[in-house]
Design a binder for this molecule. Structure first.
Ligand code: GDP
Ligand code: MN
Ligand code: MN
Length: 249
C-alpha cells in the first residue's frame, strides 16, 4: 500500500472544481482511493458563513452562557443538528446526516479570517460528485473518501475519520471468517473507511501543510455500492446515545 500527497493544490475558493484540480496535479490509477479533507469541499461548495449573519435564539443563548462561547456560533451548530447529545462541558451533536461530532463539525481553522466552514450537507453526494467526475476525466475506476478530524469518546486525541464515501464499503465484515486457530469470527466489523482516513490524515496534518488530498494505492477495496450510513449505528442499538440522553434529562 502506498500513501502519498497531491502537491500544488491551491487555496480553494467557492466554485472551484476539486476533481479537475486533483487530476491536473496527479496521475490516477485504477483502484486508487482518493482521500479528500472536507474543508476544501466545503470551501468549493461555498459553505462558508459569517457570525454577523446569525441571530441566536433562546436555547443558543442559554448554551452559550455555559461555555462562554458566542451564541451566534451555538445557533449555527443547532441549525445543523438533529439532536444535541451533550450541551456541557462539551457540545456534542448529531448532524442531520447522522454524524456525531463536536460543534457539528463547523471549522474555524484553514478558512478565511472572519468566516466559518460547514461540513458538506450531503457528504456522500459531494463525494460521489467528485468521484464520478474524476472517473470521467481519467477513465479510471476509483473510490473516494471524504474526511474530517474528529475526537473519540474514550481517548484523548483527534484522528481523521470518514464522513462520506464513494464506491467503497466503509465497513469490512469479518463475520464467518476464521482466525489463526480456526475459530470463526463472530462480531468483527472493521471500520476500513476510518482506518484509511486516519492513514491519510497522517500526511494531511491539521495545520498549514496544504495537503487536503491524499492518494492511497495498492488496496483493492472498490465496491459498486457504498454509503456512509453503513457506519452509523441505529438509534435502537446505540447504547452510548441512550446513556447520554439519560444524563441530560
Ligand atoms: P479538515 O480535517 O477537513 O477539517 O481539514 P484541516 O483544516 O485539518 O486541513 C487538512 C489539510 O488540508 C491540511 O494539510 C491543511 O493545510 C490543508 N488545507 C485546508 N484547506 C486547504 C486549501 O484550501 N488548500 C490547500 N492546498 N490545502 C488546504
Ligand atoms: Mn474539520
Ligand atoms: Mn483536519
Amino acid at each position: 500500500m502506498q500513501v502519498f500527497t497531491v502537491e500544488n493544490i491551491p487555496l480553494i475558493k467557492e466554485g472551484d472544481d476539486i476533481a479537475s484540480i486533483i487530476c491536473e496535479n496527479t496521475t490516477i490509477e485504477d483502484n486508487d482511493i482518493v482521500v479528500i479533507a472536507s474543508t476544501i469541499v466545503a470551501k468549493a461548495e461555498g459553505r462558508m458563513f459569517r457570525l454577523e449573519d446569525i441571530i441566536p435564539g433562546e436555547r443558543a443563548l442559554s448554551i452559550a452562557s455555559m461555555h462562554d462561547l458566542d451564541a451566534r456560533f451555538i445557533q449555527a451548530v443547532l441549525d445543523r443538528s438533529k439532536e444535541v447529545l451533550v450541551d456541557y462541558p462539551i457540545f456534542l451533536v448529531e448532524t442531520h446526516n447522522g454524524h456525531v461530532c463536536i460543534k457539528a463539525g463547523i471549522d474555524e481553522s484553514n478558512v478565511d479570517i472572519g468566516y466559518l466552514a460547514d461540513l458538506p450537507s450531503n457528504p456522500d453526494g459531494s463525494t460521489a460528485q467528485i468521484g464520478e467526475s474524476i472517473e470521467l476525466i481519467t477513465g479510471k475506476k476509483i473510490s473516494v473518501i471524504l474526511t474530517d478530524t474528529n475526537g473519540r469518546a474514550f481517548k484523548i486525541g483527534q484522528t481523521g475519520i470518514a464522513i462520506g464515501v464513494y464506491k467503497i464499503h466503509p465497513i469490512k465484515n469479518w463475520k464467518g471468517q476464521k482466525d489463526l486457530f480456526g475459530n470463526t469470527l463472530e462480531i468483527t466489523e472493521e471500520a476500513i473507511a476510518d482506518e484509511i482516513a486516519g492513514a491519510a490524515n497522517l500526511l494531511m496534518g491539521e495545520g498549514d501543510g496544504g495537503y487536503p488530498v491524499i492518494i492511497i494505492r495498492g488496496l483493492e477495496m472498490r465496491s459498486e455500492e457504498s454509503s456512509i450510513q453503513e457506519m452509523y449505528r441505529s438509534d435502537r442499538e446505540d447504547i452510548i446515545k441512550k446513556g447520554l440522553r439519560c444524563l441530560s434529562k
